[in-house]
Design a protein around this ligand. Structure first.
Ligand code: 2AM
Length: 180
């Protein structure tokens, strides 16, 4: 259907962290390793929805708006390479429970609404390089950034002028993190 949009729920990266990541990435990988993802496109996908009709998008955004969950801290301390999709990624060695719960809820709501969900287990990651189909020297460690996740967003993936851009459409806050 022509009015369908390609949508996904994801965690945005704070602007300052985007800049830190791309500065580090420029030193950590050679230009041959793969095609760098633009700073503004860095995100961590929670649930990929695919091409979605306006009616389904409305139903899914209403469900997303009812989610009540505390925020959490996310430490980016893992790196890897998936040669088949050609992706070099940044991830976490210990996914916080809040991240797994949020992704699980969004993915099950998507599945119940008829959006195909991959049977592969959820592996939280931020894609750093694409078209990385050749062996890549992965640095032994990341700087180990930690950031506070206070919201999640719905994005539209748009291919225009030969580039893919991810437009944030809507954002929902997570409750304040409990301090003990
Ligand atoms: P990737 O970065 O590992 O390619 C927008 O395309 C986002 O949705 C990207 O983060 C992408 O993951 C993810 N994505 C794209 N197609 C997907 C699919 N079929 N299943 C799960 N995630 C997908």
């Amino acid at each position: 259907m022509s009015s369908s949009r390609r949508l996904f729920f994801a965690l945005p990266l704070p602007d300052a962290l985007q800049q830190q990541v791309i500065r580090w990435r420029a030193d950590a990988f050679t230009p041959e390793a793969g095609r760098p993802v633009a700073a503004a496109n860095l995100h961590l996908t929670l649930a990929f929805l695919g091409d979605v009709t306006p009616q389904k998008a409305l139903a899914l955004t209403r469900l997303a708006g009812r989610i009540v969950q505390p925020g959490f801290s996310l430490r980016l301390d893992d790196l890897g390479h998936w040669p088949r999709p050609g992706v070099v990624w940044l991830g976490t060695r210990r996914a916080p429970r809040g991240l797994l719960q949020l992704a699980e809820l969004l993915r099950s709501q998507a599945a119940r609404s008829g959006c195909y969900q991959s049977p592969m287990p959820f592996h939280p990651h931020i894609t750093l390089l694409r078209a990385a189909t050749q062996p890549v020297a992965i640095p032994p460690a990341t700087p180990g950034w930690t950031f506070s996740v206070e919201a999640f967003s719905l994005y539209q993936s748009v291919f225009e002028n030969g580039r893919t851009r991810y437009h944030p459409l809507e954002q929902w806050p997570l409750a304040q993190q409990e301090t003990r």
